[in-house]
Design a protein around this ligand. Structure first.
Ligand code: HEM
Length: 310
């Protein structure tokens, strides 16, 4: 009997073949570092020490969606921004964010059939179109992320695309007041997509070098924004956004001022566990959020033991 988290990681390995030593999702990426500074908006909502206003050291990993370390940087997939914040006092905070406001499943048990419907059928070497249609028809919520990405520009830079936390979290302040939020990292340089011409002429691999060159000239920064839930907003379905009318407040700044010359750096031995939350930031009841740490840990375990076995 295979557990759900193991089945999820196995399904990811089936998409483009097992990629030993690489992350089983967002396999292609680059490690970077910098700092985060929270402001009074954050401090009024949360007692987390990452929001104290000090420069909190950050390890960051930018990534391209999919399970292949050779993924095409021009693919119509998500880009990722994963962070580990290590304040001088208090708890570490980890978060893994994507360049879409929504996820592709609303229930963790849909993850395996979603991936399998897109994986090559052993008989034909291609995904089974009928199987994909049947799954999509039965679960139309699994098409929402694709619909978003179909309309979004293909990012020209890891530093010129927005990243969303997607899942809802609960902030709690010193007075024990609670506020449910969703966060996003909005690039200060603005968003920029590849032109039709660039989509034809750019190489498949450019994002890591582009970020190195950009950061060598000046740090890359993002506004950390919080969208505030109202009383009856749903907190458990990451395929749905909250209404645009919900207030979005700037609560801090993320600055990236160094990019690893290679790919790994400090990210190699880490998994960015989205439930590694400090006091003052709590998980919502979103079942997709609660399902994340186990497969991340399994992926970390597999890739680290493969690296030793090599
Ligand atoms: C049941 C749902 C999910 C499963 C099974 C899953 C699975 C995984 C796995 C196995 C990894 C590789 C971990 C590692 O080796 O360190 C990963 C990484 C990642 N996931 Fe998820 N994930 C889920 C939901 C989400 C959601 C909702 C988001 C969006 C916010 C997300 C964003 C990311 C990002 C950005 C990474 C790359 C982190 C890095 O750079 O190290 N995942 N996921």
């Amino acid at each position: 009997q295979v557990s759900m988290p193991e089945a999820q990681v196995n399904a990811l390995e089936g998409l483009a073949g097992k990629q030993a030593m690489f992350r089983r999702a967002q396999a292609k990426g680059v490690c970077a570092s910098g700092y985060f500074v929270g402001n009074t908006v954050a401090r009024n909502l949360s007692s987390a020490t990452v929001f104290s206003g000090e420069k909190v050291p950050v390890v960051a990993r930018f990534s391209v969606g999919g399970t292949s370390p050779k993924a095409n940087d021009k693919a119509r997939s998500v880009r990722g921004l994963a962070l580990q914040l290590t304040p001088s006092t208090g708890d570490i905070w980890m978060t893994a964010n994507i360049s879409a406001p929504v996820y592709f499943v609303s229930k963790p048990e849909h993850f395996v059939p979603f991936i399998q419907a897109r994986s090559p059928d052993p008989a034909t070497g291609k995904p089974d179109a009928a199987k994909l249609k049947a799954f999509s028809d039965a679960n139309p919520d699994t098409l929402r992320q694709g619909a978003y990405l179909a309309k979004a520009p293909i990012p020209a830079s890891y530093g010129q695309v927005g990243y969303w936390g997607v899942n809802a979290f609960e902030l709690v302040n010193a007075k024990k007041e609670s506020q449910f939020v969703r966060w996003q990292f909005v690039p200060d340089a603005g968003t920029l997509g590849l032109t039709e011409e660039q989509l034809k002429t750019m190489p498949d691999d450019f994002l890591a070098d582009e970020l190195r060159k950009r950061v060598a000239l000046a740090p890359v920064s993002f506004a950390f924004k919080l969208q505030l839930a109202e009383a009856n907003d749903q907190l458990v379905d990451p395929t749905l956004q909250w209404p645009d009318s919900r207030p979005v407040l700037t609560a801090g700044t993320l600055v990236i001022d160094k990019v690893e010359p290679g790919l790994d750096g400090a990210c190699k031995n880490l998994t960015f566990n989205p439930l590694a939350l400090p006091n003052g930031i709590m998980a919502s009841a979103d079942p997709v959020l609660l399902a994340r740490p186990a497969p991340y840990g399994i992926s970390l375990g597999r890739r680290l033991s493969e690296a030793v076995a090599k």
